[in-house]
Design a protein around this ligand. Structure first.
Ligand code: ADP
Ligand code: MG
Ligand code: ZN
Length: 477
């Protein structure tokens, strides 16, 4: 029996793939020289007015629909006031009392089946700039290129009860964002950022413990490790008779510890008030319906359909639907050749190996679904062996040539010529008289030994069925 229950709630920031910023026409591109991608609006000059980018509302509604949220009829922004050099206006434009979306769910797979985690709210806001600290200089720099880049903040209910569930929730949310094409999901580069609130309470108790908030975890692995560390820290504090202090901590990945950053501020510290520079936007049914009809099939549904329609194990369905492009690739393959499990096996092994080696997405692969199914058809037709096919596949990926042309160029059809195999088989039996005697006196398992020798002598090019038949006949005849 565990002595404590864990309670986790996640606040995720997703940077949106709009072309321009949320309230001005500056580009959202990253990697430009500092402060070259700014204008009077996103640097907070006096006398300028923000204009809302409609695409940001579109993307927010799309995520709200994908997670079953209610969409607000009017969208209203608020000012969150605080002072920090990366915030040129002295306030962030965000949403407070009237978030764009509320009351949704994300379904995750757990050891005990599907679990629904509540989404409290999804709101739109602008990103801040970046401060850059140079240890050699007695001052810091600030780069406003990122100021005004649109974000969605997705807040979960405190319904996550383990670190595994937290990672599963985050993976699922990331996959939904990427299927929708509204965020690139890159955690290392900060386009998907996760803050985690965590507390522990005596097992079975209905009263929540004091929570701390963790920041700076830029990978799934770090989210997992930071939460595990923090849960142990909370339990340690309670066991020693002390109380957890509500505060914000930074995860230090190099030391593997959480470090106190600041005491937790309350929302009244921010003096939120409605943003007077932006008019409320009415979101009519037509706007919502238009976006709903354009939604793609979402990861959860697609996984379920893959298992059902193609008879795939849940594991295969999960791997094949990791990205929309990979799932599309698979389905195009199955449409061309009705061998769902074989195509799945090829994608999960050889195709994924090449993608990982080259660090490319499926869209960057030289081998089209038609070319892959062409190769699988050659194996089925008996013209090349399975092991040979792997070499052919590697060459296809390297050159972009079809399986047929590679097989022809390399002259690697299977040896199905009986006389050639017969003479090789005789030589092998003559070279292993002991094994041949033992086989004939009843050690039937040695057939594999002889067939293996024959396959090796032909460098794998013998037709395996024929090789086995010939060996058996010679040994027994
Ligand atoms: P804040 O305004 O400080 O961000 P919220 O009430 O918006 O606080 O909650 C932020 C996150 O903290 C939510 O994801 C919520 O689920 C989570 N949370 C709230 N209470 C707890 C708790 N006792 N333990 C763990 N997480 C919690
Ligand atoms: Mg918050
Ligand atoms: Zn700008």
């Amino acid at each position: 029996m565990k002595a404590y229950d864990t309670v986790i709630g996640l606040e995720v920031h997703a940077q949106l793939l709009t072309r321009t910023k949320i309230f001005c026409g500056c580009s959202t591109r990253s990697g430009l020289p500092p402060n070259t991608n700014t204008c009077p609006v996103c640097t907070g000059m006096p006398g300028v007015l923000p204009v809302l980018n409609r695409k940001v509302v579109d993307f927010g509604i799309m995520l709200g629909l994908a997670t079953g949220c209610r969409i607000a009829p009017r969208c209203i922004f608020a000012r969150k006031n605080y002072f920090y050099p990366d915030l040129p206006k002295g306030y962030q434009i965000t949403q407070y009392e009237h978030p764009l979306c509320e009351g949704g769910t994300i379904r995750i797979e757990t050891g005990q089946g599907v679990k629904r985690i509540g989404i409290t709210r999804i709101h739109m806001e602008e990103d801040a700039g970046k401060t850059i600290h140079d240890e050699k200089a007695p001052y810091s720099y600030v780069d406003y290129n990122r100021a005004g880049v649109p974000l969605l903040e997705i807040v979960s209910e405190p319904e996550i009860t383990s670190t595994d569930e937290a990672v599963a929730y985050l993976r699922e949310l990331r996959q939904i964002l990427m299927y929708l094409g509204i965020c690139d999901g890159n955690m290392e580069e900060g386009s998907l950022r996760c803050d985690a609130n965590v507390s522990v309470k005596p097992a079975g108790s209905s009263r929540y413990g004091t929570r701390t908030e963790l920041k700076n975890m830029n990978s799934f692995r770090n989210v997992q490790k930071a939460l595990e560390y923090e849960i142990e820290r909370h339990i340690g504090i309670r066991e020693s008779g002390h109380e957890v202090v509500q505060e914000t901590l930074l995860w230090d990945p190099s030391r593997g510890v959480t470090v106190s950053m600041r005491s937790k501020e309350e929302s009244h510290d921010y003096r939120y008030f409605p943003e007077p520079d932006l008019v409320p936007v009415e979101i009519g049914e037509a706007w919502i319906d238009g976006l709903r009809s354009g939604l793609p099939e979402l990861p959860f549904a697609r996984r379920k359909r893959f298992s059902g329609q193609y008879g795939l194990p849940a594991y295969d369905a999960g791997v094949l639907t990791q990205t929309k492009a990979l799932a599309d690739y698979y389905e195009e393959g199955v449409r061309l050749l009705d061998r769902p499990k074989e195509i799945s096996n090829w994608i999960m092994t050889e195709v994924m190996r090449i993608l990982n080696e080259k660090g490319i997405p499926i869209t960057g692969l030289n081998v089209s679904p038609a070319m892959l199914t062409g190769l699988i058809a050659l194996i089925g037709g008996g013209s090349i062996s399975g092991s040979m096919a792997k070499d052919v596949f590697a060459e296809m990926a390297a050159t972009g040539d079809s399986a047929e042309s590679i097989v022809e160029r390399r002259g690697i059809g299977q040896i199905s010529d009986e006389t050639e195999l017969l003479s090789l088989a005789r030589e092998i039996i003559d070279a292993h008289p002991d094994e041949a005697r033992r086989y004939r006196s009843g050690k039937a398992g040695l057939l594999g030994f002889f067939v293996g020798k024959l396959m090796k002598a032909t460098r794998g090019e013998a037709n395996p069925k024929l090789a086995s038949k010939i060996m058996k006949e010679l040994l027994e005849g």
